[in-house]
Design a binder for this molecule. Structure first.
Ligand code: SAM
Length: 380
């Protein structure tokens, strides 16, 4: 088994949650802006891709160095052990980005890295001609930040948010990774009731169900590194067997998704079936103001409309205040609402216990948290 420096990339603000997941897989890690860095072998590559719910991708760090000139970028890239990763027939496109660096022309940096890798491969594989690149896919990235080049290979393929269950969606679906992060930010335990009153295509309830039954989020999809010759098939087989063994399909769950739009309810049901959850989640067409329950100590997580579109603001604010009234009766429930509306607490009618800044794509939002009463302690 080899040893690799791995990077789990994370959306801004989610790094600590990704780090917790990496540690739960058994790897010590460090957190930087937008990434969690750790060391692992081939098993770690497979397990990270299968299990990380809130990371965007898993990358291998091939090298990191200062580069102020194109010559430096070329020589230092060429000095990296590319033959360890790329077989002779590898297809290896190079992508790039540059922030606050002397080498700001991304297309030039990409071309130079490509040339350096080709040169290294030519001398290793003793070739004079170009490579046909007809084999497995290795996406190389050169990322410059303050003149430091980080060179990586992506192991995921499609982003990890692509779980494979979303067959249809509404207008503003939440990224699956962010939905999983929202659930993980609550204190929800699978034996407690859970409601998403704005379920849309069902992303939050589906992610909650997968967390509740400990289903690996990548179980239903493939990863680009599965076609790499240096990761034996047995590594993936073992990782999938481990995921199968750890899934708790018998765990009873009480998860409900509701939405004002009956078409969304249907889509959410279809997506849940696609996720292999059958009718584990209960869906209902319902307005948020009509939500009542006599269950206790549950969790509500919702991503309502933000009212940013022209003409929508007033109606949305009215809806926030109706929601506040409906939820005021649920004093044992913990309620988590994500919105970009800065006056949310005024409309809702209550200051939040805690707020947490989160980005929904490029939209800055807050997760308004209203913690419910704790259950009484049982005296032995
Ligand atoms: C931002 S979308 C939620 C997206 C969802 N999280 C997903 O991943 O697909 C907001 C949802 O709230 C629903 N909605 C709007 N007003 C509502 C109301 N008064 N009561 C319940 N649902 C409402 C919309 O139909 C829409 O599906």
């Amino acid at each position: 088994m080899g040893k690799y420096q791995l990077i789990a990339t994370a959306a801004m603000g989610l790094e600590a949650i990704v780090a917790k997941e990496v540690r739960a897989l058994g790897y010590e890690c460090e957190v930087e802006n937008g990434k969690v860095i750790y060391t692992g072998d081939e098993n770690a590559i497979a397990r990270s891709n299968l299990w990380l719910r809130t990371a965007d991708r898993v990358k291998i760090k091939v090298g990191e160095f200062k580069a102020y000139t194109f010559d430096e970028l070329f020589e230092k890239t060429k000095a990296l052990p590319w033959e360890k990763y790329l077989p002779e027939d590898a297809e290896f496109p190079v992508t790039g980005k540059s922030v606050k660096s002397k080498l700001f022309s991304v297309s030039d940096c990409q071309a130079i890295v490509k040339k350096a890798v080709v040169d290294r491969m030519k001398s290793h594989y003793k070739r004079n001609s170009w490579f046909e690149e007809s084999g497995a896919y290795f996406r190389i990235e050169v990322a410059l930040l303050k003149d430091v080049a980080t060179i990586t290979i992506d192991t995921s393929g499609q982003g990890l948010h692509k779980r494979g269950y979303r067959v249809d969606q509404g207008e503003a679906p939440l990224k699956e990774t962010l939905a999983a992060a929202l659930v993980s930010l609550t204190n929800w335990k699978p034996d407690k009731p859970f409601i998403d009153p704005f379920c849309g295509s069902g992303t939050i309830p589906i992610e909650a169900a997968m967390i509740g039954q400990n289903i690996a989020p990548g179980f239903n999809r493939e990863f680009v590194s599965e076609s790499w010759n240096w990761i034996p098939e047995t590594v993936w087989d073992q990782a999938r067997t481990e995921a199968e063994d750890l899934a708790k399909y018998d765990q009873q769950l009480d998860i409900t998704g509701t939405d004002i739009d009956h078409r969304m309810v249907k889509i959410a049901q279809e997506n849940s079936f696609e996720a292999g959850l059958g009718d584990l989640i209960q869906y209902k067409q319902m307005q948020v103001r009509d939500i009542t329950t006599n269950k206790e100590y549950g969790v509500i997580v919702g991503n309502p409309p933000y009212g940013e579109r022209l003409g929508e603001k007033k109606a949305v604010e009215q809806m926030y205040s109706e929601m506040g009234k409906a939820f005021s009766k649920l004093d044992t429930w913990s309620i988590y609402i994500m919105t970009s509306n800065e006056q949310f607490e005024q409309f809702y009618g209550k200051p939040a216990t805690k707020k947490r800044k989160l980005f929904n794509g490029f939209i800055r939002t807050d997760l308004y948290q209203y913690w419910g009463k704790r259950p009484p302690r049982t005296i032995e």
